[in-house]
Design a protein around this ligand. Structure first.
Ligand code: NAP
Length: 487
């Protein structure tokens, strides 16, 4: 690390944030955070014990009534101040994110802005929580409805978007009047700690947000989930862990939001604008180096243009600069760790062994760190592992199709259902395909759907619940109905 990098890392508190205080773990344990571009240690952070987890939920439960009673405008103002503070710190937060997660600084800057947007959006939504009042059909009663905070919420986030996955949950929860316990991924705890520090300075009362960092997510989460005062679990991560947590949350009948894995199809119809489609595919595939739940993992192209498309995609991907994210001009950073690199290599090797053709890439690159070259595969059979498994890396398999029905059948031939992308100049075809895709979101002639003002979420094994948009705050609200007898 150079001097500036060290200064940015050292500006972040590395203890647990519980009840408005920064403290060491009860056991005194700490764990190491490393830079995936070099494998070097950049910091250590407190490793929460079960006693710390209990203290964090106790703090959230104790603060719930006061936070729910805080005026919505005040809750919104705190989020609004934090939104501004995040943008003021954009350069430092971006560098911090690149150091712990690896993505190029330009992408980290974009994520910081995206993350901040959730606070602005939910600052605005905090004052628009509405109920209803109407006459029952038999005119005997009046129906009054209101919305109240669900209560203390446990928020678990992954490493791939270290700041935005946090603000996307913390923003609506705080706006709704819920207190929270945030548990970031062990590879990327620093952004969440920096976020807690920003919220503290923005005036968030102690105990409303509690952050536990840990290397032992299972036992720590068990303590939190089993606490009788907890009301909600919101999880972003793999389908496997999400389904395990659902089982655990069933004993306390917790409200759930599940943002899980994806295996996004991207369909290029024969009438597509090819320049737009190639640019969209590059973005949908390469954002976050392919380490995104929204990443285009199966690119279906009409047979008449498939080979040309694959060639142009290969040219675009091979022009990307793969380097440590702090290097000027870096387009693609390292994968998160050794396991991720082994998984991506294994998927490509399997595809090649089954007859797939490598049009560019196809191997790891760099002497240290976990870099993999942007890769385009062609002629891969749908029996290959890469067709079924979430890739989470810079690998783009292109599959030809013959007609619209086949494209839709192939696109839906997955257990996941997060997002799909389509490229066509025909409105009729676009609407038909939007309706036929078994996904929670569709990008039409664009490779990006993420937007704080839109409801993000999936169907099938990509989970349920929505983050962002008008829907996002409802994940943290319960409807209460009162029957009024005016007779
Ligand atoms: P992961 O292994 O499921 O981890 C996600 C989070 O769960 C981390 O904080 C992790 O902590 C924690 N965790 C792991 N095992 C746990 C357990 N037994 N009990 C409680 N918590 C546990 O997923 P990941 O590899 O970090 O993230 C990639 C996955 O996230 C992909 O499948 C991706 O598609 C998905 N994702 C989905 C969305 C969406 O909105 N749909 C967005 C981004 C990512 P540790 O880090 O300590 O293991």
């Amino acid at each position: 690390m150079d001097e500036r990098e060290r200064a940015v890392v050292q500006s972040v508190p590395t203890g647990l944030y519980i009840g408005g205080e920064w403290r060491e773990a009860a056991s005194g344990a700490r764990f190491v955070v490393e830079d995936p571009a070099t494998g070097e240690e950049i910091a250590t952070v407190a490793d929460a014990s079960e006693a710390d987890a209990r203290a964090a939920v106790d703090a959230a439960v104790a603060m719930q009534p006061a936070w729910a009673a805080t005026a919505p405008r005040e809750r919104g103002e705190i989020l609004r101040r934090a939104f501004e503070a995040i943008l003021e710190a954009q350069d430092d937060l971006a560098l911090l994110m690149t150091l712990e997660m690896g993505k190029p600084v330009a992408e980290s800057r974009a994520e910081v802005a995206y993350a901040a947007e959730f606070f602005r959006w939910f600052a605005e939504e905090a004052v628009r929580i509405r109920g209803d009042f109407y006459i029952s059909p038999d005119a005997a009663t009046r129906v009054l409805t209101t919305r109240q905070p669900v209560g203390p919420s446990y928020l678990i986030t992954p490493w791939n978007f270290p700041l935005a996955m946090g603000t996307r949950k913390v923003g609506p929860a705080l706006a709704a009047g819920c207190t929270v316990i945030l548990k970031p991924a062990e590879q990327t705890p620093l952004c969440s700690l920096a976020l807690a520090s920003i919220l503290e300075r923005a005036g968030l009362p102690g105990g409303v947000l509690n952050v536990v960092t840990t290397e032992h997510p299972g036992p720590i989460s068990d303590v939190i989930i089993e606490h009788p005062g907890l009301r909600k679990l919101s999880f972003t991560g793999s389908t496997e862990v999400g389904s395990l947590l659902m089982r655990k949350a069933s004993s306390g009948l917790l409200r759930l939001s599940m943002e899980l894995g994806g295996n996004a199809p991207l369909i290029v119809f024969e009438d597509a604008d090819l320049d737009k489609a190639v640019a969209g595919a590059v973005f949908a595939k390469m954002r976050n180096g392919g380490e995104a739940c929204t990443s285009a993992n199966r690119i279906f192209v009409h047979r008449s243009i498939a080979e040309e498309f694959a060639g142009r995609l290969a040219a675009a991907l091979s022009a990307l600069k793969v380097a440590r994210g702090t290097e000027p001009g870096a387009n693609v950073g390292p994968l998160i760790d050794h396991d991720a690199l082994a998984k991506v290599s294994g998927l490509v090797d399997d595809a090649v062994a089954r007859g797939g053709r490598v049009m560019t890439g196809g191997a790891r690159t760099g002497e240290r760190g976990y870099f993999y070259a942007p890769t385009v595969l062609f002629d891969v059979p749908t029996t290959a592992r890469v067709f079924r498994e979430e890739i989470f890396g810079p690998v783009a398999p292109v599959y030809p199709f013959d007609d619209d029905d086949e494209a839709i059948r192939l696109a839906n031939d997955t257990t996941y259902g997060l997002v799909g992308y389509i490229f066509t100049e025909s409105l009729k075809r676009a609407v038909r395909t939007i309706e036929a895709l078994e996904t929670g979101m569709v990008g039409v002639n664009q490779g990006l759907v993420s937007n704080a003002a839109a409801p993000f979420g999936g169907v099938k094994r990509s989970g349920f619940g929505r983050e962002g948009g008008f829907e996002g705050i409802h994940e943290y609200l319960s409807v209460k109905y009162a029957a009024l007898n005016l007779g």
